[in-house]
Design a protein around this ligand. Structure first.
Ligand code: DP6
Length: 510
């Protein structure tokens, strides 16, 4: 069967080509990394796999694609760069679009991605998954995810798993037309799971996964063992997920990736994606494991690694791999993400919170001061940070602090944090901002923040503080606080003096 016939089958009840949305279509899809790999096709035309596979989607790493039907020729723009229509990338995209193109139509496709392209980071997976969903909007097909997954597979096999967040199984199916070969979301949620991209090289890989896969199937004497190995690994990974057994999950995923690379190395001529830096990183992972840190890796068709570990070991893993790009696969809300900014406070991206603090990346933060007037004096509400905070534990500080989440404005974020930490709400007003950078003593953490300072008023004495965050609080008048800060600076957070200075300027007390 040809791809165009598979498309016609999926669109059989749709009057395709009669209508298009002039505003275009757009969609986001996450990238994914396979814990049990897809390696080998039983049908090259339809990307039908020999084995089922299982992946984890990579949270905020992925592609946002917009498509419009317009112009006299196709136009493809990736991260604001016009793509040469004779390039491999453009030809692959055009061939895929031809499957849906009404006679004489041309497309403008804009892709924004935070995944390195063609470097073994599943850029084609998120690219095709986002594209089919954008086409679904453009042509108002109203297809369900199963059908969209079938279409995405025609672009790139692993794309059929990028239709979903979380763990996804690509069920290989048996039928010749592939209508039973698509991604299915698994219901396991594993909040503590971390995936860290270790970028060894962003160079385009010497041989594409499509070609490498076929070469392996055709020439590796070991390929006959793969089907059984992959089926066994898949069953064990699903068991590990059901039991929430990280050691089992990590070990099987690592073995599975190693087995796939062993297949490639046994093909004629051999394919080796690893660079010396890849091997050095693998040895470091093994050393960490011998030292008792449960960390595993998986490797796709490229030299880069994806590290698997749990939140409780993130600090240790980041010490060993300071440049790691950490992803929280289940933080769909972006709860643990901070907004990265430039020196002039323009948003430039996002980062996992702890990673931003270890790598000293400039990000956006806020500090809130709640005030009251009592007996002619201005008092501020201070909090004493909980003994379990990841930095500045037990120190006294302003009423509350935090980081806005991606897409959240400062005032909303500050009100949210005030409720979460101090148990009440107040209207807040921004009075200024400052940039501060400091190494937090006794830790590997660097605070490099543009801190927005906000004030609000309240006269509450009975406070329902959140003991996970705050162990104590008190009202103190500003001059007493100033004097004590001079005498006992070690009692207070490092940022408090600067926040207080801004407050004093605002109140025209200095
Ligand atoms: C090593 O999905 O890129 O990442 O279907 O030919 O486009 P095509 O191949 P592709 O192969 C992915 C291979 C892999 C393993 C995996 O993601 O399962």
């Amino acid at each position: 069967m040809e791809r165009i016939d598979a498309v016609k089958h999926v669109l059989r009840n749709i009057n395709h080509g009669q209508f298009f949305n002039s505003a275009g279509g757009s969609a986001w899809a996450p990238s994914n990394v396979a814990l049990c790999k897809y390696w080998g096709k039983r049908d090259v035309e339809l990307n039908l796999p020999v084995t089922s596979s299982l992946s984890i989607s990579l949270g905020h790493k992925g592609a946002f694609t917009k498509i419009k039907q317009e112009g006299e020729i196709d136009n493809y723009i990736v991260n604001d760069v016009h793509i040469d229509l004779a390039s491999k990338f453009a030809i692959r995209l055009r061939n895929f679009l031809d499957l849906f193109r009404p006679h004489g139509a041309h497309y403008l496709v804009k892709v924004d991605t935070n995944v390195p392209i063609a470097a073994g980071f599943a850029s084609s997976a998120c690219g095709f998954a986002a594209l089919v969903q954008a086409l679904n909007q453009l042509y108002d097909w109203r297809l369900n995810k199963k059908d969209l997954s079938v279409l995405a597979r025609l672009g790139s096999g692993s794309a059929c798993r990028s239709l979903y967040e979380g763990f996804v199984e690509w069920q290989k199916g048996d039928s010749y037309d592939g209508m039973d070969s698509y991604g299915v979301r698994l219901e396991y949620i594993w909040l503590e799971l971390r995936v860290g991209a270790l970028v060894v090289s962003t160079q385009e890989k010497p041989i594409s996964s499509t070609a490498a896969m076929q070469h392996t199937v055709n020439t590796s004497p070991l390929y006959s063992f793969w089907s059984e190995q992959a089926a066994q690994d898949l069953a064990l990974i699903k068991l590990a997920l059901a039991r929430k057994d990280f050691l089992m999950l990590g070990q099987i995923a690592e073995n599975n990736a190693q087995a796939m690379h062993a297949l490639m190395q046994s093909s004629q001529p051999p394919i080796v994606y690893a660079l010396p830096e890849t091997i050095a990183a693998i040895q470091k992972i093994q050393e960490l494991r011998s030292a008792g840190i449960p960390i595993f890796f998986t490797q796709d068709a490229g030299p880069n690694l994806q590290l698997l570990f749990l939140a409780e070991h993130e600090l240790m893993v980041l010490r060993a791999f300071p440049e790691l790009d950490v992803v929280l696969p289940f933080a769909m809300s972006g709860a643990e993400q901070v907004i990265l900014v430039s020196e002039n406070n323009v948003e430039v991206g996002t980062s996992e919170k702890l990673a931003a603090h270890i790598q000293g990346k400039l990000h956006r933060a806020f500090s809130v001061f709640i005030l009251q007037e009592r007996e002619g004096k201005t008092e501020v509400l201070l909090q004493q940070r909980s003994s379990t905070k990841y930095h500045s534990a037990n120190l006294w500080s302003n009423t509350c602090c935090g980081h806005p989440r991606p897409g959240e404005n400062i005032i909303t974020a500050a009100k949210r944090r005030l409720c979460e930490e101090m148990g009440f709400s107040a209207s807040l007003q921004e009075i200024g901002q400052f940039h501060y950078i400091t190494q937090i003593s006794g830790t590997d953490l660097i605070e490099n923040e543009i801190d927005h300072v906000l004030i609000g008023f309240s006269d509450r004495d009975e406070l329902q503080i959140n003991l996970d965050e705050v162990q104590n609080c008190c009202w103190v008048d500003i001059s007493t606080l100033q004097a004590d800060l001079q005498q006992n600076p070690q009692k207070y957070s490092v940022w408090l003096p600067q926040v207080l200075d801004l407050l004093l300027q605002h109140l025209q007390l200095i």
